[in-house]
Design a protein around this ligand. Structure first.
Ligand code: 13P
Length: 268
């Protein structure tokens, strides 16, 4: 049996005061929930402060990104050891908001800015290996754009992403990785992927894992769904056999709604 996980991705929201308050609410309400791994991913700047709140609780900390080098002249980047020293256990990698295919383009600028953060499957693969080598557990994201879904390319796009970011991984790396299926069109839009369809795609992902890593690894690999998960749709998603939890943005920014999600995931 795979243990469910509910992970909150706070994205670029919360200064340190707000982050400590939110983390405190989650620890108070959900800190003792058995049967579900609870993960929160505040911005880098709040990790140490939030760690003070979560350190003696079952709430684990994640970072939202990292660089693969140990240290050096990489202005603005963060290394795995730095995240460990802030109390991180997990790191989210390859979120669609960091991939080159997606970005907010300021008025008057051109499409060139789409690659503003520039993550791709190849860099995510290197980051995942560096994360595991340092002792972090990666939560690696994949998912198709709306145009790709409309053209019937979902299965091929997601399968290619998973094959590419798992390329050359060892058993230790496979065992540390959680995959998050986040259809880009469902992120922050309120338009959740239907439970049956999300389950189908997560099943495709598990099939790819079986192909590259073997059936046993695939059976043990946690696969999360992300994209407009809310208290009013979480039951239908968590009841699906291929979905082992959620990666949640907006609904993780309020302690009560996130705790509802945790409770539902823990029951499934
Ligand atoms: P929302 O839950 O706000 O749609 O965000 C999902 C997400 O991107 C989590 O990583």
């Amino acid at each position: 049996m795979r243990r469910p996980m509910m992970a909150g991705n706070w994205k670029m929201v919360c200064d340190n005061t707000a982050a400590v308050e939110l983390a405190g609410g989650i620890v108070a309400d959900a800190g003792q929930t058995a049967g579900c791994d609870i993960v929160i991913a505040p911005p880098f700047t709040a990790l140490s402060a939030v760690n003070e709140v979560t350190a003696d609780s079952p709430v684990a900390l994640a970072a939202q990104n990292m660089y693969w080098e140990d240290s050096g002249a990489f202005t603005g980047e963060i290394a795995a050891d730095m995240l460990l020293s802030c109390g991180c256990e997990y790191v989210i990698l390859g979120h669609s908001e960091r991939r080159g295919r997606f970005g907010v383009i300021p008025d008057g600028f051109t499409e060139e800015l789409r690659s503003v953060f520039g993550d791709n499957d190849a860099t995510v693969n290197i980051k995942a290996k560096a994360a595991v080598a340092a002792g972090l557990k990666p939560i690696v994201c994949c998912g198709e754009l709306l145009a790709e879904r409309e053209q019937g390319m979902t299965d091929a796009i997601v399968s290619d992403q998973v094959r590419a970011f798992l390329a050359g991984c060892s058993d230790a790396e496979f065992n540390a990785i959680t995959i998050a299926y986040e259809p880009v069109w469902a992120i922050g839009t309120g338009e959740v992927c239907d439970g049956d369809e999300a389950n189908r795609v997560c099943g495709i992902i598990r099939g790819v894992v079986a192909e590259v890593a073997g059936q046993e690894v695939a059976e043990a690999m946690r696969i999360l769904y992300g994209g407009s998960v809310k208290p009013d749709n979480v039951e239908g998603l968590m009841a699906q056999p291929e979905i082992d939890g959620g990666l949640v943005g907006g609904a993780s920014l309020k302690a009560d709604s996130f705790c509802t999600l945790i409770q539902v995931a823990a029951r499934n």
